[in-house]
Design a protein around this ligand. Sequence first.
Ligand code: ISL
Length: 553
Amino acid sequence: MMKTTWWKEAIVYQIYPRSFLDTTGNGFGDLNGITSKLDYLKSLGVDVLWLSPIFQSPDDDNGYDISDYRNIMEKFGFMDDFDRMLKAAHDRGLKIILDLVVNHTSDEHKWFKESKNSSNNYYRDYYFWRKDKPSNWLSFFGGDAWEYDSKTKAYYLHLFSKKQPDLNWENEQVRKEVYDMMHFWLKKGVDGFRMDVIPMISKFLDFPDMDRNDFMNAINNLYTNGPRLHEFLREMNEQVLSKYDVMSMGEGIGIAAHQGLLYTDELRRELQMVYHFDHMALDWGDNGKFDPKSWKLTEFKHVFRSWYRELGDKGWITLFLDNHDFPRMVSRFGNDKEYRVESAKLLITLLMTLRGTPCIYQGSEIGMTNVQFDSLDDYKDIEIKNKVKEWRAQGRNMEELKFIVHKIARDNARTPLQWNKDMHSGFSKAENIWIDSNPNFTQINVESALENPNSIWYYYKKIISLRKMHKTLVYGNFEEFMSNSEDVYVYRRWDEKGNYLITLNFTNHPQFIDTIPEFEKSTLLIGNYSGSMDNKWALRPWEARVFYLNRFG
Ligand code: ISL
């Protein structure tokens, strides 16, 4: 029997602080902006706010390169603002979790600056320094993962940008520093952590060469799941997490379904949940996201089925379809043109009816879409900037790159939250903001959504509250129908309390569902089309329905 607990029932909302709301007029969102919108978030019905990094950082990778873990980035405010925000959240029954980025620091962190100084510096061993280049590894943001530094004539490892040197977790002192820092925030009352690229913290110290034409293989087999990973996670749990009643959510890059329990089995005392990348990488070719390929609904369904089977009643996952690293979910998995509203509602229906803890990314509640900047120079992400340099240097076709960028850019999700029709979508009063708003803010914005009872926003609110009332949707068993269909996703969730049928049409055309006699008498709990339903087994384009059957009815 599955254990019930608050973090399984919670609904997480991810805030990307620099794009949320700017109250100072510096063109960046800030902590006071978040505080001022807590009532808005509370009224949507979410429980936990995950904040992308808010710590001091030179901002090479939008704060995922931290130079001081115990101070707030000036652009976002000060520690007083943080304390006020946390208190205001708690006053409203909202929890706040922070981003724990400890696979790497910034190269401007004092540990790295020291470590770079001399080969016998105390901090030298906080990072991976080698006299000879140990492997041919590529970094996520292009180029070699080993960077030569002339001061001590040695190479250091950085799996991300060269301003993000990887920490050496083999060093006990490094682990102690991380645990102390976690205690610092938890003692302040923070409610847990989302853990950045956590499967990467233990390295294969012989650094085996990769196939440079198969980046995905390197991610899954060389960069993640190192030999001491689970030992480190258990230690972190024992020394820190177990002392508080908090959430631990690992970014599960590189974790395959059959490895899910190694991280999340409650008996192993490591993490509560991970969010795997299996469905998010379906459209990546061997060379990663810049090598796109098409995906099929059957593959997508297969991912959720396998994770459900592998974890059984022992483990847990985070459910998500987008975040600050991916395109907008309605543009990627739905139809952001003629069926934007319907498909956005369908996708949240999916997230709210699968087993796992759903995580909503800011702006999804109004169906924000991908952006298509005319010039590649308008993109701010280091990943894209490096790619542009690389393609230019190789004389490749820049129009082709632009086409790919429009589809897959992380900046798609990073444009400012669209609050209203004012300048910069009501995000900021500054003349220039760090990244432009999506021009469609005049149609898609929070203010208009709140005025329209049929908006995506009100559907989110309704289905969030349904999920909370019907715990079977959280914990219940899962069984699929028509699993070979490329058009519809049909499944039931059930336990001793109830039996629910979920029917989702993932196409622009009407579809028929094979009749399921057991559900003939079920009642419609929620659907994304208004008006009456003449046939239970016929779905309109992107139609989503949830039916309910009392267990004994
Ligand atoms: O978007 C990606 C790069 O192509 C992802 O593979 C991403 O790098 C991966 O999800 C890890 O993401 C996390 O760590 C990165 C940071 O840039 C991302 O924003 C963060 O979510 C390095 O800290």
